[in-house]
Design a protein around this ligand. Sequence first.
Ligand code: HEC
Ligand code: HEC
Length: 187
Amino acid sequence: MSKQPNIRGWHWPSKQHIPGIPVRSRLLRQSVLAVITALCCVGLGLGLATATTPPPTLIATGGIDPVPEQLQLGQQLYVRECATCHVAPPPAVLPLQTWANLLPNPNHYGVQITPLQGPVLQTMWNYVRYSSRSRLDNEDDIVRLNQSRFFNALHPGVDVPRPVNITGCVSCHPGAPEFNYRPLRSP
Ligand code: HEC
Ligand code: HEC
């Protein structure tokens, strides 16, 4: 092994050779290590980036489930059209089939309402369909909240006065007029 004298007079091994390992293979190992380290850093960076970025599509609302951004307009139309005579009930409290019959129907529980149609109905429907669930095939069509197992499922053990009345929601849900069913108060 060649030794080179340095300025202070002691010797420094110019190329340290580890016995048994050829110099070329050591270089190879070092570069493989460097590549792995670089990949790890990129991976970690990506991981951190995804961990700190909030999910872009879902927006929490006062309904039940967060609503994707593209359905926000449908929800706004729903609240605009349906929270005038009474509070707008979140679509999740009734089955999908009930909404499908109710929304385009001018005969509304004994009163006449302006039937929804065209793009307004379609946009609103996309939201309502997303936010409600289908009844089972062997279940009857229902029209009243009082008959709704979906409403009941959201009120486990809650002593809701019967028959359920749409004007009564606000006594326990003070935010219902703003379509916010999260805050609760004892009736
Ligand atoms: C012109 C006033 C008016 C408008 C607008 C209106 N409703 Fe109603 N709604 C009523 C009346 C009146 C009742 C019957 C209340 C009762 O008999 O207890 C009712 C009842 C209901 C019920 C049944 C509640 C129960 O007793 O189970 C639902 C659900 C409902 N409305 C949803 C809607 C939706 C959705 C819209 C928007 C498309 C809407 N309403 C728009 C007046 C209105
Ligand atoms: C007697 C009080 C009472 C009345 C009246 C009442 N609720 Fe509720 N509601 C509750 C309570 C308490 C909960 C929470 C139940 C739980 O999660 O255990 C709840 C939960 C809900 C939820 C779920 C909210 C969430 O955070 O996911 C919705 C939606 C809802 N109610 C809608 C209605 C509607 C619509 C009416 C009127 C037709 C109504 N409620 C009437 C007490 C009431």
